[in-house]
Design a protein around this ligand. Structure first.
Ligand code: SAH
Length: 456
């Protein structure tokens, strides 16, 4: 172990030698690493020590002695401080290179595949204002209801009006709502005193349809005085708003949404289209936040599957059915499972909406349902999986591979758990065939990819 005598506020001149996967610059002083916000590889900085731990520390840039040619100098630093755009200071082509390299490294370190030929990242054409969803915390700041984003690793609110990567109409709705709620003196929830009403504003907007859903997350079903008039006004100003909902969250935890939703205006869902099919999306259901890039992601997934009209496919972690329904016309049967009941209802409804009769959905966890399907003798030719960040469950992998599909197509939003699962599939006689990252999250550290495994 390296012994250190570093103290807070010490300063050093140093070169930034690396970038962490979350976008912090890495500086080493006598072998001891410091993580530094807003510092890019190749930059020469005067670093001030903020904090020293046992094996690493944190520093900040006091002064740039030399800046990287890959730096975006015009970035408002609040986007880095809040993590809204934690790679926003790096030019876009370099973001894509970095993401590619991350996937290559994880496949090497975790899945023992040196120099795996990961395909070049499919970059976005819209690298700003692409998000179709916002979840914005609300706090009282200097006595005023304020919307914005938390500083990284804290619940300290930074006021933000232009969210940079969200669709501008979403920003406009949030701003208009904030201003109107100020005039009727609505109080934001305070985590310390546990007083106040409004916790979050969630807005979703269909990329192709423009339909919007606004959800107020609050501590009680009782609307404070004036809120009904505010909402009346809001839907008049934004005729694209098709749904306004109240979500009740009385908890002290950090989950944004509570269990109960109440429709205040319109429907309990909005619609959007993906690859020409129509989808209803209800408030608790997952929907990819970057529609244009998600369409390319799904298209790649279908290309990897080499489908034929006789194929039976499984769409595991199916959400509202986007992956399976977009290709239902091209195969014999689609079986999907998903843990959120409202999302499964959406998927069933979406099948009808698109006149699809060969898609079947069940509510439950993939790890519980896949073994049941194996028992029932369902024999898929291709299994699509699209799990959350924690990746796949071993139980699921065992049951899925036991059904003996020709191909498994894995859509992953976390290359670290994906790389772990590569080893598990290999243990069941499936070989990794292709890995294609698709950039769904420009300006941020998040990485999405689609991969295929072929039966040995
Ligand atoms: N394929 C969909 C959804 C992907 S997101 C799309 O592209 O839109 C991952 C989904 O998995 C979410 O809908 C989440 O609710 C669901 N999920 C999370 N854990 C699960 C589990 N153990 N079993 C089944 N579904 C799960």
């Amino acid at each position: 172990m390296v012994m250190t005598n570093f103290k807070k506020n010490d300063t050093f001149e140093a070169e930034v030698i690396d970038l962490t996967h979350e976008g912090q610059g890495v500086v080493k002083i006598d072998q001891f690493p410091f993580f530094v916000d807003n510092a890019l590889p190749g930059e020469q900085i005067k670093m001030r020590v903020l904090k020293v731990g046992k094996s690493y520390g944190f520093g900040r840039v006091d002064e740039f002695l030399k800046q990287s040619p890959s730096r975006v100098t015009s970035l408002n630093l609040d986007y880095l401080r809040t993590g809204i755009a934690d790679f926003g200071h790096l030019i876009y082509p370099e973001q894509l290179k970095f993401k590619h390299q991350q996937v290559v490294e994880l496949l090497y370190k975790t899945a023992h595949k040196p120099n795996y030929p990961v395909l070049p990242v499919l970059g976005a054409t819209e690298t700003l204002r692409y998000r179709n969803k916002a979840q914005v915390p609300v706090q009282m700041v200097e006595g005023q209801l304020t919307t914005g984003f938390y500083r990284k690793h804290s619940h300290q609110l930074v006021s933000v009006e232009d969210f940079y990567i969200q669709h501008p109409e979403i920003d406009a709705v949030i701003l208009s709502l904030r201003n109107a709620l100020r005039t009727v003196h609505v109080k934001a929830y305070d985590e310390q005193t546990r007083r106040g009403w409004l916790r979050h504003i969630v807005v979703r907007r269909g990329y192709h349809t423009g339909e919007m859903m606004v959800t107020l997350v609050a501590t009680s079903a009782q609307l404070p005085q004036g809120v009904d008039t505010v909402l009346e006004q809001l839907k008049e100003n934004f005729p694209n708003i098709k749904s306004i909902q109240l979500n009740i969250n009385k908890s002290t935890g950090s989950f944004i949404l509570g269990k109960t939703f109440k429709v205040l205006y319109g429907k309990n869902y909005i619609q959007d289209t993906m690859l020409g099919k129509t989808f209803q999306i209800s408030a608790p259901a997952f929907y990819q936040v970057n529609t244009a890039q998600a369409e390319r992601l799904y298209q790649t997934a279908y290309d990897f599957a080499n489908l034929s009209q006789e194929d039976i496919i499984v769409d595991a972690y199916s959400g509202i059915g986007t992956i399976g329904l977009d290709l239902a016309d091209r195969v014999a049967q689609v079986y999907g499972m998903e843990v959120i009941p409202q999302a499964v209802e959406d998927a069933q409804h979406n099948a009808k909406l698109n006149h699809i009769e060969n898609a079947h959905y069940e509510v439950g966890t993939a790890e519980a349902i896949m073994p049941q399907w194996l028992q029932k003798g369902i024999k898929p030719d291709v299994i699509f999986v699209d799990p959350p960040r924690k990746g796949l469950d071993e139980q699921f992998i065992k049951a899925a591979t036991a059904t003996n599909p020709r191909t498994i197509v894995y859509v992953s939003c976390n290359p670290a758990t994906f790389a772990r699962d590569v080893l598990r599939f290999e243990a069941e006689n499936y070989t990794l065939d292709k890995v294609q990252p698709v950039d769904l999250f420009p300006q941020t550290h998040h990485i999405e990819l689609v991969a295929s495994f072929i039966r040995n």
